[in-house]
Write a protein that binds this ligand. Structure first.
Ligand code: SAH
Ligand code: SF4
Ligand code: F3S
Length: 473
């Protein structure tokens, strides 16, 4: 819960009850953690460094990996011990289970682990304060239903105090859920069908964040480019329309969006990369495999050439665009030739960054039912080969930035005295010498060296206005 705590001094938090939010999952999950942290902070909880220091702990669970549920129960066993030790000292310890395992298991969690006070699904976080009051009164609850409420009241209240209450960057949800049913994936079962939020609700949240000091917004959804909102007049809003509108909010410097599915990558969205100067030249576009046979078995609804065509059109719209992707190796039935096709696609694209995973069977998904599962040793071998290749590409991409001057949004103090750190438009971490007053500002920075994980730069000019509207002029 780092973001919420930054501006509240230690002295202020002395003697307060402390809360710890532990996250395991995707961007949606991290976003939810921040929202819960805001709500807990508004209720008077200070941030705890870990579960030992806390009086209340939230396990914000993810359901995507194998045995995720078992791992949650074993973690809860550990927390239950901690709780009974605290109980022996006459102290209270609250355990909350949130996230996708909470959604999937519901009341079962309360039955299986007596120490849990509250189970709350991703659709119900805005009711956390009420639910907590009831839990504090001794009720044990599981809440996984959807209900509408003012989700951002806590944030607005804090922002009204007039100080930076959030980090420089934040997530905003535009869309939740997924109906793609890739045959390896559990998300459509845990998060439900695709739902798009109303544009007015998203704009309102983005404005509240900008007022709280946020300068870069990442618009998120499991398939964010499938965003299809409807405004109060019944008019449809696509993601590019939403991005164009959000870029006009005062204080917002930079916009990103993630995660996108290739089949929803419209020409309108590709064109937005040419037309909107505040839209970062970076797209995370998971492809999973380069083999048409495997893509079909994964139910991805596109082939390799479809993906390469999108990449070509993105590069035509914005020649410097950086690309990122997710890969799964060892999907059932994957042959050496299939794997080679994946490497070929990677060589053809040249990625700035990637996430790669060994296929892990998820009970209830079609992939898990297949009998042609791949040996763990083969998966490990393929993953190592793939990761060597993408690491070379990442290093090459970073090395190519050396000598260029890029716009860096500074987010925090650097590791060394007098240093500040931020990100390039291409998502590269950059550090430079500079004072804390530059945090939240965007400056031209000449990159002088590329390390293994970050770039070193020299500030090369004055701050660029923190206002996308001016930048667009
Ligand atoms: N909606 C997004 C993200 C889905 S989850 C998308 O479609 O891209 C994030 C990543 O986890 C996926 O892109 C995939 O690479 C990986 N993943 C999902 N299920 C998996 C599984 N069963 N085994 C291994 N990796 C998996
Ligand atoms: Fe999972 Fe596929 Fe949906 Fe992404 S698009 S969340 S991988 S089912
Ligand atoms: Fe995990 Fe749920 Fe996200 S299953 S990947 S936390 S949508």
């Amino acid at each position: 819960m780092a973001p919420a705590s930054q501006s509240r001094g230690d002295a202020e938090s002395l003697g307060k009850a402390k809360a710890y939010v532990k996250s395991y999952g995707c961007q949606m999950n991290v976003y939810d953690a921040t929202r819960m942290a805001d709500l807990l902070a508004a209720r008077g909880y200070a941030e705890a460094a870990d579960e030992d220091e806390a009086d209340l702990v939230v396990l914000n669970t993810c359901h995507i990996r194998e045995k995720a549920t078992d791992k949650v129960y074993s973690e809860l066993g550990r927390l239950a011990k901690l709780k009974s030790e605290r109980g022996a000292e006459g102290r209270d310890y609250k355990i909350i289970v949130a996230g996708c395992v909470a959604q999937a298991e519901g009341e079962e969690v309360l039955r299986r682990q007596r120490a849990v006070d509250l189970v709350v699904g991703p659709q119900s976080y805005h009711r956390l304060a009420d639910l907590l009051t009831r839990a504090e009164a001794g009720e044990r609850l599981a809440e996984t239903d959807f209900a509408v409420a003012d989700k951002f009241a806590a944030l607005r209240r804090m922002a009204a105090e007039g100080k930076r209450v959030r980090d420089v960057t934040a997530f905003v949800t535009a869309q939740e859920g997924c109906d793609k049913f890739c045959s390896f994936c559990v998300v459509p079962y845990t998060r439900g069908a695709e739902v798009s939020r109303r544009p007015s609700e998203i704009i309102e949240e983005a404005e509240a964040l900008a007022a709280a000091g946020v300068r870069e917004l990442t618009i998120i959804g499991q398939n964010v480019n499938a965003y299809s909102g409807t405004d109060q007049h019944g008019a449809p809003w696509s993601l590019p329309r939403l991005l164009a509108r959000l870029g006009r909010i005062e204080g917002v410097t930079r916009l990103r969006y993630t995660t996108s599915h290739p089949v929803d990558m419209t020409q309108e969205l590709i064109d937005a990369h040419a037309e909107l100067p505040f839209l970062a030249p970076f797209v995370h576009l998971p492809v999973q495999s380069g083999s048409n046979r495997i893509l079909k078995a994964m139910n991805r609804r596109h082939d390799a050439s479809f993906y390469l065509d999108i990449v070509a059109r993105l590069r035509a719209a914005r020649p410097d665009i950086a690309l990122s992707s997710d890969f799964i190796v060892g999907f059932p039935g994957e042959t050496d030739a299939d794997f080679e096709a994946t490497l070929e696609l990677i060589r053809a694209v040249g990625f700035a960054s990637t996430f790669s995973f060994k296929y892990s069977p998820r009970p209830g998904t079609p992939g898990a039912e297949r009998e042609d599962q791949i040996d763990e040793s083969v998966k490990s071998e393929r993953l190592a080969i793939l990761q060597t290749l993408v690491e070379e590409q990442r290093q090459a991409f970073n090395a190519a930035t050396v000598g260029r001057t890029v716009e860096v949004l500074f987010e925090k103090a650097g590791r060394h005295e007098g240093q500040i750190a931020g990100k390039s438009p291409y998502m590269q971490p950059v550090h430079a010498m500079g004072g804390a007053e530059l945090i939240g500002k965007t400056l031209p920075v000449t990159i002088v060296a590329a390390g293994s994980n970050s770039l070193a730069g020299r500030i090369a000019g004055r701050a660029i206005p923190n206002d996308a509207r001016e930048a667009a002029l």
